[in-house]
Design a protein. Structure first.
Length: 124
């Protein structure tokens, strides 16, 4: 009987824990080149990222206020998938984000095979 009770209690705690959600990526992030900052926040049922600062002389095609990440939804623990806009070429790619502590790695991919990644650090 004690063994059955222990199993029931363990199952109850497991059920209370619920599903695992991605960590919070909200906030402002500085690109590894130091050329821009993007603020990530909720937009609808997803996460979006907008440029909030550009280093003087940075890419003239990028604009403050421009949405560069959108429709990013959790795709695993500390990972998101959605779309990424590249101001340099004006194209939208399949986007991926992975959060590890205060480091965010983003990638824009063509056909989910050829990807270019960028590393960001928390700016706030």
């Amino acid at each position: 009987m004690r063994r059955l009770s222990a199993v029931v209690i363990a199952l109850a705690f497991t059920a209370m824990a619920g599903p695992s959600f991605a960590a919070d990526v909200s906030g402002t992030w500085l690109r590894d080149t130091g050329a821009s900052k993007v603020k990530f926040s909720k937009c609808g049922g997803a996460i979006c990222g907008h440029i909030v600062w550009l280093k003087p002389g940075a890419d003239p095609k990028a604009k403050v206020g421009q949405r560069v990440f959108f429709d990013m939804k959790p795709s695993g623990e500390n990972t998101w998938a959605g779309s990424a806009f590249n101001p340099e070429d004006g194209k939208t790619y399949t986007g991926k984000m992975t959060l590890s502590g205060d480091t965010l790695t983003t990638a824009g991919c063509v056909m989910s095979v050829i990807c270019k990644s960028t590393t960001w650090s928390r700016a706030n």
